[in-house]
Design a protein around this ligand. Structure first.
Ligand SMILES: Cc1ncc(C[n+]2csc(CCOP(=O)(O)OP(=O)(O)O)c2C)c(N)n1
Length: 850
């Protein structure tokens, strides 16, 4: 900052501006500022206003609405939540230290949660979607306990899901008692949690795409989501995750005013301060404002209002603006006396501000995120915002109320045990109606049924549509058309040359025309539609754009013209796999979130799927999604020329690690058509919680007609494609695009006087999973149809075919030809020769064995 070289001149300008505000009002003042700014730009002054505003609340005292609730009662209730949450974690860890859990995060966020629960977050299918910071889960359980949704027994099985099952089985606890998952996991608690947030950064990005998907559903007249809102409560440390920030501009570009984030700025993460030497709130303000969000700073509680009002010279605001977060954390950890001496003692005018206050009163000065009145004001302003998403930057103390044991302490995040004195101090601090004995015994506390606090709690939730979080799964059934309606061309391919990708796109095009299923289909791409030959869909169904198309596209006359439309069906996410999978998650969970089943097909470069955004796929799996992931251009040797970053030999291995993901590697268009049909039936008719990962390739080759009698076998993992020849028997297992090599080897071996059995293995993973769980498995019946040593050839790493080794008959040898290692840029034939997965290698492998 430059020194002021003419104080008097500066003062004259200030006064002139102050008089504009006073006489002509804020609109005129803003106009003048805009004019000056544009003049400065015209003069090339290289000046830009700072995006950072003073370290004070955005909502001024006179803009603050009256708090509509019973403040005392709500504070009392919040104290009970705090206690029960704390007791739950400490109890679990007294039992065994290995269970873990967090106290300090919820301690800092409790009021932010409570104002949401009591006044804003509406439940049900017309209500709000709330993404809750995962390590604040104990507080959410504590509330569910007071609401009567969880019992004391349930709480005592926090982080002990298996122990609860055992205890129920042994009759030690009432039937229905259940363990509570560490974090929000819909898979573990399917009627409770809606959105998994435990892997940090994934909640934020998913919340944005959920808000955007609601617009999509509404604009496409599939489901009216116009009354719903997405809320997210996240950590300030969590904002460092690239995913958290990855879609901020999209949210603003799309004008998502149905989205509100609350970032709990307790200034600490796990190891220490988020920005010890800086200020995270300023940094986030700049970032969000730059991205186009409305930023509401919620920094100080009501008891600071008087201090600011008396601070005519602005020394308080200035001193706060100069305090870095590391120091602010120390102030949180220290007592009133320290704060008086160290902070207010910096300047006589500051000291004068707190002259009449005791050290206890200084200690009790609240940060904004601990003041329900201020929180209410911020939330109320957020939901009135039009045309842009809002973030509330809420200033809090980590471990609030944990006193010596944790408030503002460096180690507070991991503190899961409290000493007796600390527990008693916590009781006193929050005025909890607990005896010493109850405190030391960590008794949960719930006011009597019918008592005013409980009645109030229930009334509030009733007003807001019931309890939250709550996951519902009932959804209407949709009839899937006969396979012939969309896959006939593949079933009767009759030797026609095409790639499985081309076949898929053709099938998708036909499905989109189905009057029932068509509108439910959500094609998703991340800037690779042309790569996969999908450009024809641009014109056919259009690309979704919330504003339609404001330009005439360069290729307007073409049949493949780039068409954006408000009712467009394709979600074109640009080069963001994280964004595309988040859209896929929103569509794949729509049956639960909105009671409106949709069928997303996300088609991507297979290498940039599981490897790139595997953790998001895992989070998707946690939500029991229903939809298709299509790994196009797959295979280590089939995507010739592209080199080692693109050539995928591993995604099927990743997919095998996701329990509810059914993964397939079809060789032929007919197999693919059957898989799509079967998946649709499972998801839309039978309403099974499954999702499919199907690989596709870009190699063109002759597609045989498909015998529908083999459909079931394709789904189970493989079928005998053909058997010919006389002589010593041998068996070849092949899948995906290297099937063409196996077909050549088949002919060669028959010519050489062998009896050859060739199988198309559509899924090693499905074969192995079934074999692991039942003796009478498909694999066993399948191999009983053949004889001789088995050679498996795969465009994937060895571990993919190896999945079945343990379940093979003892008298059959098993050799795997695979593509472990990095790929490289060359032709298919050169690559297949290098990896030893071409026809020659297959013949050689068979001949070497016998
Ligand atoms: C991807 C990922 N990395 C690390 C963690 C472990 N972790 C859980 S909470 C936490 C610190 C959270 O800090 P912040 O977001 O500031 O929230 P606070 O607890 O302070 O409210 C970390 C590192 C995680 N859950 N997910």
């Amino acid at each position: 900052m430059q020194n002021d070289i003419d104080l008097q001149e500066t003062q004259e300008w200030r006064e002139a501006f102050a008089s504009v505000v006073a006489q002509a009002g804020p609109d005129r003042a803003r106009f003048i500022l805009d004019e000056l700014s544009s003049q400065a730009n015209g003069l090339r002054l290289g000046w830009r206003p700072s995006a950072v505003t003073p370290y004070v609340n955005t909502i001024s005292v006179d803009e603050q609405p009256v708090f509509p609730g019973d403040l005392d009662l709500e504070q009392q209730l919040a104290s009970l939540m705090r206690w029960n949450a704390l007791a739950m974690v400490v109890r679990a860890n007294r039992l065994t230290g290995e269970l873990g859990g967090h106290i300090a995060s919820y301690a800092s966020a409790a009021d932010l949660f409570e104002v949401g629960f009591n006044h804003f977050w509406r439940a049900g299918r017309q209500g709000d979607l709330v993404f809750m910071q995962a390590h604040s889960a104990p507080g959410v359980y504590a509330r569910a306990y007071l609401e009567g949704r969880l019992t004391e027994h349930d709480l005592s099985f926090y982080r002990r899901e298996l122990a609860a099952q055992k205890a129920v089985a042994l009759g030690e606890v009432p039937a229905g008692t259940r363990g509570l998952s560490s974090y929000p996991h819909p898979y573990s608690m399917p009627d409770f949690w809606q959105f998994p947030t435990a892997s940090m950064g994934l909640g934020p990005v998913q919340s944005i795409y959920q808000a955007r998907f609601m617009r999509y559903l509404t604009d496409r007249a599939q489901h009216d989501c116009s009354g719903r809102r997405v809320w997210g409560i996240f950590g300030d440390g969590e904002m460092d995750e690239p995913e958290s920030m990855s879609a901020l501009t999209m949210a603003a570009r799309e004008g998502l005013d149905n989205l509100t984030w609350v970032v709990n700025c307790n200034l600490q993460r796990l190891d220490g301060p988020v920005r010890g030497n800086g200020r995270i709130i300023d940094e986030l303000e700049t970032l969000f404002v730059g991205a186009g969000w409305r930023v509401i700073k919620l920094i100080w509680g009501s008891d600071w209002d008087g201090l600011f009002a008396r601070d005519h010279a602005g020394v308080l605001t200035q001193a706060l603006g100069q305090t870095v977060d590391g120091q602010m954390q120390t102030f949180a950890a220290k007592d009133g006396r320290y704060n008086r001496e160290t902070f207010f003692g910096q300047h006589p005018a500051l000291a004068a501000l707190v002259q009449g206050m005791t050290d206890e009163q200084i200690d009790g000065l609240k940060r904004g995120g601990h003041d329900m009145v201020k929180i209410y004001a911020a939330y109320a302003a957020a939901i009135q915002t039009k045309g842009q998403p809002t973030v509330i930057l809420a200033h809090t103390k980590k471990g609030y109320g944990m006193g010596q044991a944790g408030q503002g302490r460096m180690t507070t995040h991991s503190n899961k045990k409290l000493e007796n004195d600390d527990l008693l101090a916590f009781r006193d601090r929050f005025g909890l109606p607990l005896s010493d004995e109850q405190v030391l015994g960590l008794s949960f506390y719930k006011p009597a049924d019918g008592s005013r606090p409980l009645e109030y709690l229930r009334e509030r939730r009733q007003q807001l549509g019931g309890s939250l979080p709550q996951r519902q799964t009932d959804a209407p059934v949709f009839q899937v058309p006969e396979i012939a309606a969309h896959g006939q061309f593949a079933l009767a391919a009759d030797g026609k040359e095409m790639s499985t990708t081309m076949a898929f796109v053709r099938q998708l095009g036909a499905l989109l025309k189905d009057p029932v299923i068509g509108p439910k289909v959500v094609p998703i791409v991340a800037d690779e539609a042309r790569t996969f030959g999908m450009a024809n869909l641009f014109k056919q169904v259009g690309i979704y754009s919330s504003v339609g198309q404001r330009y005439s596209p360069e290729d307007i006359g073409s049949v493949l013209s780039y068409r954006e439309a408000k009712d467009g069906q394709i979600l074109e996410e640009g080069i963001s796999e994280a964004g595309a999978i988040s859209s896929w998650i929103a569509a794949a969970t729509s049956y639960a979130v909105h009671g409106q089943p949709m069928v997303p097909f996300y088609i991507f470069y297979s290498m940039f799927g599981f490897q790139r955004i595997g953790d998001l796929i895992w989070a998707a799996a946690d939500q029991n999604p229903r939809g298709f992931l299509l790994g196009a251009t797959s295979g280590r040797t089939t995507l010739a020329g592209e080199g080692l970053q693109h050539q995928d030999g591993t995604s099927l291995l990743w997919a095998a690690t996701v329990p509810n993901c059914r993964s397939y590697d079809p060789a032929f268009a007919g197999e693919l058509a059957v898989l799509v049909q079967h998946g649709l039936q499972e998801m839309l008719e039978q309403q099974k919680d499954v999702f499919y990962y199907v690989t596709m390739t870009n190699a063109n080759y002759a597609q045989p007609s498909f015998d529908l009698n083999q459909a079931e076998a394709v789904v189970q993992g493989g079928y005998l494609l053909k058997a010919e020849g006389q002589g010593a028997p041998c068996t070849i297992l092949a899948s995906g695009a290297v099937m063409t090599e196996a077909l050549q080897a088949f002919d060669e071996l028959v010519r050489k006087g062998r009896r050859v059995y060739l199988y198309s293995i559509t899924s090693y993973c499905e074969l192995a999973r079934q074999a692991a769980s039942q003796a009478d498995c498909h694999l066993q019946g399948l191999l009983a149809q053949s004889q001789g040593p088995i050679v498996a050839v795969s465009d994937w790493v060895r571990a993919v075919p190896e999945q079945i080794r343990a379940y093979l008959p003892a008298d059959r040898s098993f050799t795997v030809l695979a593509t472990d290692g990095f790929g490289c840029s060359d032709t298919r034939s050169a690559l297949r020769e290098k990896f030893g997965v071409d026809a020659n290698a297959i013949v050689g492998a068979v001949e070497r064995i016998v």
